[in-house]
Write a new protein. Structure first.
Length: 55
């Protein structure tokens, strides 16, 4: 999904105001950080998700 959007990890860092290590760990599957997934879904589908909860 990241490749199809032509996003770099630095783009995600800037948009979500998080560190490079959080992004890289999430993308490698070492750490779960749901806001990155939500951001990617919003970008991919062109929608804005107002509220969500992690159950």
């Amino acid at each position: 999904m990241v490749a199809s959007l032509d996003l770099k990890s630095s783009d995600i860092e800037k948009q979500l105001n998080i560190s490079r290590s959080v992004v890289s760990r999430h993308l490698r599957g070492e750490r779960d950080y749901p806001p990155i997934d939500m951001f990617l879904v919003e970008q991919f589908f062109g929608v804005k998700i107002k509220e969500y909860s992690i159950a």
